[in-house]
Write a protein that binds this ligand. Sequence first.
Ligand SMILES: [Zn+2]
Length: 429
Amino acid sequence: MNTYVSPTPDITSLRTDSDRLWEALMEMAKLGATPKGGVNRQALTDLERKGRDLFIQWCRAEGCTIRIDNIGNIFARREGSDPNAKAVMAGSHLDSQPTGGKYDGCFGVLSGLEVIRTLNQHNITTQSPIEVVAWTNEEGCRFPPCMMGSGVFTGELAFDAMMARADADGVTVSDALDAIHYRGSDNVSPSEIKAYFEPHIEQGPILEDTDTTIGVVIGGLGQKWFDLTLTGLEAHAGPTPMNLRRDAMMGAAEVTQALNRIAFDHQPHGRGTVGCMTLHPGSRNVIPGQVKMTLDMRHWEPEALETMGQAVAAAVEEICQRHGLEYHLEPTANFAPEYFDKACVDAVRQSTEHLELSHMDIISGAGHDAMFVGRVAPAAMIFIPCKDGISHNEIESATPEHVHAGCNVLLHAMLNAAGIVSSVGGTGE
Ligand SMILES: [Zn+2]
């Protein structure tokens, strides 16, 4: 400790430590590291437990208090000067896809930790507490649905129903939480949040394509998901003439094309994807009698998303009539577009401008914990580019420069929202 109080350092020139953040990312990536350079650290496994333990160990070393709620979300808190002030929060998730990358999720959580390390190093007191959160099971690959922890936290997903969700081996979320000792009893309420910021890799190609460092995320696309079952009649591929077939696969092919056309008709924001398809009976010389497929539609405007949904339903009806098929079209998800809080978005944009980084407004096409948090508290996101726009892949990659830039944008957005009380000399230890 210095024997004198040095002048208050210029907060505007404050920067996070790029090497320290990078080391933390690489250290975390060792847990579940895959041969191709990625990560397999699925939610509530023992490997993910190690990631949680490591995160908590790092936060405790910075003097944070830890709270864990009933779905295993971890909150690490650095107190501010005002005991009644709401927290300025940052976070994301530590779980990964089976063939995931090092940055999806961890970049957000560890950037939040790096902000706390930076504030400690420079003895900076904020008015509001600073809190970093690691949400449980964002990926949803072991236990669907995705964004489970933030969904339960915000009341968008029912706690009891989520605890009963089972993985492919029949292990429930409840069992898995107990097995890794992360079923917490702390009550953390969305009403405690003043502002929530989530840094994340873009998971798309736009920033890289436009050579832009920071995406100021103004919100997320709305989503409509359906399960579609088309039923025709299986018959021998040889003796059955073309005009007498009820070929479910022909219906599926035309529905796929229709969905694609409808998405193109609703540019620039429309998206349409058939991601799964199973054919029954699945024999090379049998006309498929049944096809089950998924439809995923997204748009930025609620009316357009509604129109897309109606257009797809009409196309399914028409196609099935023409091919003599029966169908069942079942909605499985319906999320309105998320428009982030203007003050939070402005805080991100201002800190980007302050840091003189290239930036653009961007809309997230993927779901993130921030979308749920944004429904109950002011929220925004910070995107950085990822190589070739690829994520959910072991080759997922981001540069140290972009990681550092995104973390500094987070630092200044959080300081802006939290308010500085004092900062005393030295660079600390
Ligand atoms: Zn993610």
